[in-house]
Ligand binder design. Structure first.
Ligand code: GCO
Length: 455
């Protein structure tokens, strides 16, 4: 059996986000977040739950660092809850919030675990949303102010920063498809949101460089390579459109300083823009967005198989029988990761890449002997890590892999039903128990290698 060995110094990590694990939403001076508010409206969260306790990480963070030590990871991707730092969105930073993260970071460093900090993993203060939120340009300034407060305090010890997590989700799921908070259906608001996220990334990058000069600065995108449902020219064009709207709308501004012309034309055609002028772009914005990145964070969950839809837009096609999908209804497609990474470095000048999320939800259960047998999760991780190794062999500067996620947690609009964790969380006792996949991942981090069992 082939064994994939990873380069010396490769980062093996786990990822989480504040809103999904911390709980303690009104403790320590924290203000209300967008998702706190959203969860209060019945119907918004599938299981009627909320993030108010979540995994209680706010109180159990020491125990959670022990879990990471046991796993043998050398990196941890966490996010900072913006409303813990600026409860009302502006003004004096909340010292108790900064203290919380400072302790956490110090304890991680003492454990030899490199903190990878994301500033915005979706939990914007509700006060800023009330003032208009991401569709408003003022929110860019608010994010810069928040970034300054955090990096002044932590910039001397955190060496890896990400500004935003998955701008596409914030913009499109939040403002166009109404699947995420704040649940809006307005394509122009979605485009304004995407632009202001990108612009605030660029503005925040220079603040981080000033406050944390020896650190790496990047952004995390969710990328899904388009794949044609057939060999027809129509389906090939559907792939182009998908890649333009989903992937290149973010990659091109960041890495080339322009929005993709073909995708602008497609949006005009679909009635999302009145003309090819982008009314929200001001002089200098694109240069700001195009600020050099130290790395790109890639969240990869699968490809998008598309065909030409009857309205001219790409239509999604499910390429496998439903029983092969994850609990989220997503296809398992590791080869797509190799292709995605290889194409990224062909198409753009990217100095380094981290896989900042990779994982799957399966409905694992506790067996009579207390063990949690989750072979599908292990296979998922194993095959994706092998696919990542293939990319490294093809020359991709991939520096690390973060499994999503340390432990089961609040999966946004799905509530707690979707279990993505390496550790199972019992939501009554809040006890964490390693699944078999956690035992397996521990072996990977120890060996810095993975066996290839792909067929
Ligand atoms: C994501 C989010 C995570 C999700 C994960 C599974 O970046 O989409 O970072 O918060 O939990 O992707 O859906």
């Amino acid at each position: 059996m082939a064994v994939h060995r990873f380069p010396e110094g490769f980062l093996w990590g786990v990822a989480t986000s504040a809103q999904q694990i911390e709980g303690a939403c009104d403790e320590g001076g924290r203000g209300e977040s967008l998702w706190d508010r959203y969860a209060k409206t019945p119907g918004n969260i599938a299981d009627g739950s909320n993030p108010f306790t979540a995994c209680d990480h706010y109180h159990r963070w020491r125990e959670d660092i022990e879990l990471m030590k046991w796993l043998g990871v050398n990196a941890y991707r966490l996010s900072i809850a913006w409303p813990r730092i600026l409860p009302n969105g502006s003004g004096a930073p909340n010292e108790a919030g900064l203290d919380f993260y400072e302790q956490l970071v110090d304890e991680l460093l003492a454990a030899g675990i490199k903190p990878f900090v994301t500033l915005n993993h979706w939990d914007i203060p509700q006060a800023l949303v009330d003032a208009g939120g991401w569709p408003e340009r003022d929110t860019v300034e608010a994010f810069v102010e928040y970034t300054d407060a955090v990096t002044r305090r932590l910039g001397d010890r955190v060496r890896a920063w990400a500004t935003h997590n998955e701008p596409w989700c914030i913009a499109v799921q939040g403002y166009e498809e109404a699947g995420h908070a704040p649940g809006r259906k307005n394509p122009m608001e979605a485009l304004r949101t995407a632009h202001h996220l990108l612009l605030s990334h660029g503005r925040a990058t220079s603040v981080i460089r000033a406050n944390a000069p020896r650190s790496e600065v990047g952004i995390v995108l969710n990328l899904a390579p388009g794949w044609p449902a057939s060999d027809s020219p129509g389906d090939a064009d559907a792939v182009r459109i998908h890649n333009g709207l989903f992937n290149r709308w973010y990659l091109d501004p960041l890495l080339r300083g322009t929005y993709p012309a073909d995708a602008i034309a497609d949006r005009v055609c679909f009635g999302q823009l009145p003309s090819p002028e982008l009314p929200f772009v001001e002089n200098g914005d694109m240069e700001t967005i195009n600020a050099p990145l130290d790395y790109l964070g890639v969240n990869y969950y699968g490809r998008s198989v598309v065909k030409a839809g009857s309205d001219g837009r790409p239509a999604g096609v499910c390429p496998v029988p439903p029983e092969e999908l994850t609990e989220m209804g997503w296809e398992v497609f590791p080869e797509g990761l190799t292709r995605l990474l290889s194409e990224l470095v062909q198409d753009y000048d990217i100095p380094a890449i981290y896989i900042t999320e990779s994982g799957a939800a399966f409905s694992d259960t506790v067996d009579d002997d207390g063990r949690i047998r989750d072979p599908l999760r292990t296979a998922f991780l194993r095959d994706h890590i092998a696919a990542a190794s293939d990319a490294i062999k093809a020359g991709v500067p991939l520096r690390g892999y973060f499994a999503w996620t340390l432990m089961d947690n609040f999966e946004w609009q799905h509530g707690y039903k979707m279990r993505f964790g390496l550790f199972r969380v019992d939501y009554d006792s809040l006890k964490r128990t390693p699944k078999e996949s956690a035992h397996w991942y521990r072996g990977v981090t120890a060996a810095n290698a993975v066996e290839d069992e792909r067929r």
